[in-house]
Design a protein around this ligand. Structure first.
Ligand SMILES: Nc1nc2c(c(=O)[nH]1)N[C@H]1C(S)=C(S)[C@@H](COP(=O)(O)OP(=O)(O)OC[C@H]3O[C@@H](n4cnc5c(=O)[nH]c(N)nc54)[C@H](O)[C@@H]3O)O[C@H]1N2
Ligand SMILES: Nc1nc2c(c(=O)[nH]1)N[C@H]1C(S)=C(S)[C@@H](COP(=O)(O)OP(=O)(O)OC[C@H]3O[C@@H](n4cnc5c(=O)[nH]c(N)nc54)[C@H](O)[C@@H]3O)O[C@H]1N2
Ligand SMILES: [Mo]
Length: 758
C-alpha cells in the first residue's frame, strides 16, 4: 500500500526475525546493560540452571538449546539488568509532579529502584525510609480499615508461584478475596469461557503437539513481537507442510514470513520461511461469526467426528440449531469475510487430521470474548480436536507467570475447593465472598470504598482503561504500597500515603537465611519449572518478593501469627511444601519434581479427555455472542483496536520503533483503510484526533496523531496501547469476564482540531 511520505513511516519488506532481530538485541544490550553481564545473563535464560525469561509465557523445548532466547526476551532481560538506578538522589532531584510530566519510557528509564521510599507531601518527593518503617506503616494502614474488603491486592503476572502463594495467603488471612490481577485485563475470558466448555480454564496442548499438528489456526495474536520463541515452532510446522491459517485484521509480518536468526542457511541466503498458508483479514471483533461460519460449512461437508461427539460431548443438537438459525448474510456482514473465504478455511479444517487453535488478545479483549472463546472450542470439538496428539486449544498467555499465579490462588473468585483446603491446612476460615476484578477495584476506589491498594508488580493505572477516572480513583486512596523493580506512572499517582518497595528481579541472585533460593513458574502449557537468578542484585537493599510479602504479613497479622512467615522465607522449599499440601494431586512432590531439569507438567484433564464439567462431558456452548454493535448504528463511528509495538512490554516502552509494521521513531500513529481516510476528507499522513465515540464530556480524545493508510478492513483502526487507553470506557467490557474491550473501542476519526498538517 502506498504510504505518503510520512516521517518515520515506511514499508518493511523483510521477514520477521532475521538480521534485524539480532541487531536489535545488540542495541538493547548496548543501551541497558553492561555487555559482559548481559551476555552471560542472556545465555542462561530458559536453561535448566538459569532463570525463566520474564518476556513471555511460551514454553521451552525439552532439549533446551543454548539459544532459547529471542530479541524481545533479550530486551526484557536487558531492561531489568540495566546499570541505571532510580536511587534516592534521583528522587531528590525531581518532584513527583515533575516526574508526572515525563513519558512512560522516561519514568521507567530512571532505572532500578534501590531503597524503600515513602511519599512526602510537603516536599512532593519520594524520600528513603527503612524497611522496618515501611512494613510498620503498611501494617497500620491495613489494620486501620473497618473492613478487610476496603483493601485491594493487585498482582501482575511476573511474581513467582512462591510470591503469589504468600500474597494470596496474606490477603485471605487478612480477610478479603479482592485480588484484581492483570489476568482481568488479559486472558480472563479464557478462565471464564473454557471451564464451562472443557472443565478447565487453561490450554490443553503441549509443545510436542505442534510437531504432530497438520493445521494451526492463529486467531488474534502477533507472535513475532509478543511470543517470538513461538516463531521457531511455527516455522518448523510450516517447513513440515502443516497449514497455518491466520485470522487477523492486520497483516502481521511475522505471520507472513519469518527468518530464524538461528538458521545459518536462512541467514546466509537472506531467504525466509513463509508462515501462514492463508491470511483472513476479518473485521475487528468478527471472530465469533467467522468461526460459526466455519462450523456451518463443516456441518455441510459432514466432516464432524460423530463418535467423539456422542461419546465425549453434550449440547451438539443445540449448537446445530443455533448455526442453522444463523444466516450467511449475518456471518458475512459481521465477520467481514466472504462466504467463499470462510468455506475455504472450513475446507482446510475439514481435511485436517489434527488441528491446534492458538489465540491471543485479538480475541479476548472484546465485549463478548468469553462467548467467543467458547465458539473456538465448539469448532475444535466438532472434529474431536481436543485430547489427542497434535490437537487442542492454545491460549497464548501474557506475563511469564500469569498462569501460575492463578493456579496457586491469586483469584478474586476462588473455587470453594481452594478455600476449603486453605482452611484445613492453615486452620482459619477464609473469606468466601467474591472479590473485585481490576475494573471493579477501580470503581470501588472511585466510590471511596476501597481505601488501601497493594501492588505486587505491574503498572495498574496505566494498564487499565480510562485514565481520567482511573488516575482520579488512585488519588482518592488513603494508602498505596507498590512492590516494584522500576518506577512507573502508577507509583506517581499518590494519594494520602504512598510507599515504593524495591524488589529483586528474575535475573538476580536471591539469598535467604537458608541459602540461595530458586523460585518456580508455570508457562502457557502448564509446565512448572525452577528459575534461579545469577546477577548480583541491583542494590544491597533489595528484598525478594516473598520476603516483602512476608514482611507485610508479619506487620499486619502480628508476629505470633499461626503462619511462620519468617521460616517460610528462609527456605522457599517450605513454601512449596505448603503449596503441595494446599493443592493435593496438583503439586505433589513439588520440591522433588522441580529439581528435574525442565520441571513437570501440572495435570490437564482435557488433554486426556477427562471433562470436569457439570455434565461430565465437553460442552458445546451454543450461546451466540450478542453483545451488540459497539458502533450503535452510527455510521460515523469506527472501531479501534489497541496493540503492542515491537519495542514495548505492555506499559514498559523500550523504544519508539515498531519495525515489522514499518514505524520508526514514533508511536503517535493510527492505521486506517485508505477509503475510510478519504471518506473523511483526509489523506494518509494528515494529523488527526481520535475521540471516544459516545463520550459526552468531550475529554476522552487523543490529539495530533497521524493517520497512516494500511491494508486493514473498512471501518477498522489500529493504534498503540497505552497512549490510546483514554478512549476505552470503563464500562466497555466483556459481559461475563469483565475484561476491558481494549480491542473494540468505538471512536470517531477527524482532522486534528488545530488543523495543522505534516
Ligand atoms: N515483547 C513483548 N512480549 C509480550 C508482551 C509485550 O507487550 N511485549 N506482552 C505480554 C502480554 S501481557 C500478553 S497478554 C501477550 C500479548 O500478545 P498478543 O495477543 O499478540 O497481543 P497484541 O499486541 O495485543 O496483539 C493482538 C493481535 O491481535 C490482532 N487483533 C486485533 N483485534 C483483533 C480482532 O478483533 N480479531 C482478531 N482475530 N485479531 C485481532 C492484532 O492485529 C494483533 O496482531 O504478549 C506477552 N508478551
Ligand atoms: N489498551 C490496552 N490496554 C491494555 C492491553 C491492551 O492490549 N490494550 N493489554 C492488557 C494486558 S494483556 C495486560 S497483562 C496489562 C498489563 O498490566 P500490568 O501487568 O500491570 O503492567 P506491566 O506493564 O506489565 O507492568 C510493568 C511494571 O512491572 C514492574 N515490574 C517488572 N518486573 C517486575 C518484577 O519482577 N517484580 C515486580 N514486583 N515488579 C516488576 C515494573 O515496575 C514495571 O513498571 O495491560 C492491559 N492493558
Ligand atoms: Mo497480558
Amino acid at each position: 500500500m502506498a504510504d505518503a511520505k510520512i516521517p518515520g513511516v515506511r514499508a518493511y519488506d523483510g521477514p520477521a526475525g532475521g538480521w534485524g532481530a539480532l541487531k536489535a538485541v545488540a542495541g538493547a544490550l548496548g543501551d541497558q546493560a553492561t555487555v559482559i553481564e548481559g551476555g552471560r545473563t542472556l545465555l542462561s535464560a530458559n536453561q535448566p540452571e538459569g532463570f525463566d525469561c520474564p518476556g513471555c509465557a511460551w514454553p521451552d523445548p525439552k532439549h533446551t538449546s543454548s539459544f532459547e532466547f529471542c530479541e524481545n526476551g533479550a530486551k526484557a532481560v536487558a531492561w531489568e539488568a540495566t546499570s541505571k538506578r532510580a536511587s534516592p538522589e534521583v528522587f531528590e532531584r525531581h518532584t513527583v509532579s515533575e516526574l508526572l510530566t515525563w513519558s512512560d519510557h522516561a519514568i521507567e528509564d530512571l532505572g532500578r529502584l534501590t531503597e524503600p521510599m515513602a511519599y512526602d507531601a510537603a516536599s512532593d518527593r519520594y524520600l528513603p525510609i527503612s524497611w522496618d518503617e515501611a512494613f510498620a506503616r503498611t501494617g497500620s494502614a491495613l489494620r486501620a480499615l473497618d473492613n478487610p474488603n476496603q483493601a485491594e491486592f493487585y498482582a501482575s503476572g511476573r511474581a513467582s508461584n512462591e510470591a503469589a502463594f504468600l500474597y494470596q495467603l496474606l490477603g485471605r488471612r487478612f480477610g478479603t478475596n479482592n485480588f484484581p490481577d492483570c489476568s482481568n485485563m488479559c486472558h480472563e475470558p479464557t478462565s471464564v469461557g473454557l471451564p464451562d466448555s472443557i472443565g478447565m480454564g487453561k490450554g490443553s496442548v503441549t509443545l510436542e503437539d505442534f510437531d504432530h499438528a497438520d493445521l494451526i489456526l492463529c486467531f488474534g495474536h502477533n507472535p513475532g513481537t509478543n511470543h517470538p520463541r513461538m516463531m521457531g515452532t511455527l516455522r518448523e510446522a510450516s517447513k513440515r507442510g502443516a497449514a497455518i491459517l491466520a485470522f487477523n485484521p492486520l497483516r502481521e509480518r511475522s505471520l507472513e514470513k519469518f527468518a530464524s536468526p538461528r538458521d545459518a542457511m536462512e541467514m546466509a541466503t537472506l531467504s525466509s520461511t513463509p508462515i501462514a498458508s492463508a491470511y483472513y483479514q476479518l473485521t475487528i471483533g468478527g471472530d465469533a461469526l467467522a468461526v460459526q461460519g466455519m462450523m456451518k460449512a463443516v456441518l455441510a461437508l459432514q466432516a464432524v467426528d460423530r463418535d467423539f461427539i456422542s461419546e465425549h460431548t453434550a449440547g451438539f443438537e443445540a449448537l446445530v440449531e443455533a448455526l442453522e438459525a444463523l444466516s450467511w448474510a449475518e456471518i458475512e456482514a459481521g465477520s467481514g469475510l466472504s462466504r467463499a473465504q470462510i468455506e475455504e478455511a472450513a475446507g482446510v479444517y475439514a481435511r485436517s487430521k489434527a488441528t491446534i487453535l492458538c489465540y491471543g488478545m485479538g480475541l479476548t479483549q472484546h465485549r463478548d470474548s468469553s462467548g467467543t472463546v467458547q465458539q473456538l472450542v465448539n469448532l475444535l470439538l466438532l472434529k474431536g480436536n481436543i485430547g489427542r496428539p497434535g490437537a487442542g486449544i492454545c491460549p497464548l498467555r501474557g506475563h511469564s507467570n500469569v498462569q501460575g499465579a492463578r493456579t496457586v490462588g491469586v483469584a478474586e473468585k476462588p473455587v470453594p475447593a481452594l478455600l476449603d483446603s486453605l482452611r484445613d491446612v492453615f486452620g482459619f476460615e477464609p473469606p468466601r465472598a467474591h472479590g473485585h476484578t481490576v475494573v471493579e477495584a477501580i470503581e470501588a476506589m472511585e466510590r471511596g470504598e476501597a481505601k488501601v491498594f497493594l501492588g505486587l508488580g505491574g503498572n495498574f493505572a496505566v494498564a487499565a482503561p480510562d485514565p481520567i477516572r482511573t488516575f482520579a480513583a488512585m488519588r482518592r486512596l488513603d494508602f498505596a504500597v507498590h512492590i516494584a523493580t522500576k518506577p512507573n506512572r502508577t507509583h506517581l499517582l499518590v494519594g494520602q500515603e504512598s510507599l515504593l518497595l524495591p524488589c529483586l528481579g528474575r535475573t538476580e541472585i536471591d539469598i535467604q537465611a537458608g541459602g540461595r533460593q530458586a523460585v518456580t513458574v508455570e508457562d502457557s502449557m502448564s509446565m512448572v519449572h525452577a528459575s534461579k537468578g545469577l546477577n548480583a542484585p541491583a542494590s544491597d537493599q533489595l528484598k525478594s518478593e516473598p520476603a516483602i510479602v512476608a514482611g507485610i504479613a508479619r506487620a499486619v497479622l502480628g508476629g505470633d501469627d499461626a503462619v511462620d512467615w519468617s521460616g517460610l522465607v528462609a527456605d522457599y522449599d517450605r513454601i512449596r511444601d505448603l503449596i503441595a499440601r494446599v493443592f493435593p494431586g496438583t503439586f505433589d512432590n513439588y520440591n522433588e519434581r522441580i529439581r528435574v531439569p525442565g520441571g513437570f507438567r501440572l495435570p490437564v484433564p482435557p488433554s486426556d479427555r477427562i471433562w470436569k464439567t457439570a455434565s461430565g462431558k465437553a460442552n458445546f456452548m451454543a450461546h451466540a455472542p450478542k453483545a451488540g454493535d459497539p458502533r450503535q448504528g452510527d455510521p460515523d463511528v469506527m472501531i479501534l483496536t489497541t496493540l503492542r509495538s515491537h519495542d514495548q512490554y505492555n506499559t514498559t516502552i523500550y523504544g519508539q520503533n515498531d519495525r515489522y509494521r514499518g514505524v520508526f521513531g514514533r508511536r503517535d500513529v493510527v492505521f486506517a483503510h485508505p477509503d475510510d481516510i478519504a471518506a473523511r476528507g483526509l489523506s494518509s499522513g494528515d494529523r488527526i484526533d481520535l475521540a471516544a465515540a459516545f463520550d459526552s464530556s468531550g475529554e476522552r480524545v487523543v490529539r495530533g496523531f497521524t493517520v497512516v493508510a494500511r491494508d486493514l478492513p473498512r471501518g477498522c483502526l489500529a493504534a498503540y496501547y497505552p497512549e490510546t487507553n483514554i478512549l476505552v470506557e470503563l464500562e466497555d467490557r466483556d459481559t461475563r469476564s469483565g475484561t476491558p474491550a481494549y480491542k473494540s473501542v468505538p471512536v470517531r476519526l477527524r482532522a486534528a482540531r488545530d488543523g495543522a498538517c505534516n
